[in-house]
Design a protein around this ligand. Structure first.
Ligand code: HEC
Length: 121
């Protein structure tokens, strides 16, 4: 498997999209964030697409997103998922935010995730 360590998550990084990504999201996240990832203002649940998500994460790296997610989500059962599942969910969020599709999976080591930054396309 090859990773371009200088690439950015939203411009050049390659990752695969197994159908499992959608399952993990619909099982553990969708009842709050919504199938369209557009959140729920009435319940103060933020959207996970475009703004404010991209504004909050632009310029940060995937390790920071991983750590935030694995510490705080799913909000009704924090930290309950495996590292691989959190990484798959990150891939799902990136795709939802229009990262181009590629051929290799997102790495799940923190060092590799740290080398990939999130940039607004
Ligand atoms: C019980 C409802 C609930 C569930 C389930 C839930 N979330 Fe959240 N999520 C929230 C709330 C509320 C916030 C905002 C407050 C916070 O960050 O704790 C949030 C914030 C976030 C953020 C930060 C958004 C930003 O703009 O920085 C991300 C990313 C996220 N959730 C992803 C997920 C993922 C992925 C899952 C599934 C594993 C998930 N959430 C499950 C309620 C939920």
């Amino acid at each position: 498997m090859q990773h371009d360590m200088n690439s950015t998550a939203l411009t050049a990084f390659r990752h695969t999209f197994a159908s499992g990504l959608l399952e993990a999201f619909s099982e553990t996240c969708e009842h709050c964030h919504g199938a369209g990832l557009d959140g729920d203002t009435g319940r103060e649940i933020p959207p996970l697409v475009s703004d404010p998500f991209m504004r909050n994460w632009n310029g940060k790296n995937l390790k920071e997103l991983f750590e935030t997610l694995s510490r705080s989500m799913p909000a009704d059962n924090r930290g309950s998922l495996s590292a691989r599942t959190y990484t798959d969910l990150i891939a799902y969020l990136l795709r939802a935010n229009e990262a181009p599709a590629g051929t290799s999976a997102l790495p799940d080591s923190l060092a590799e995730l740290e080398a990939i930054s999130i940039e607004k396309p």
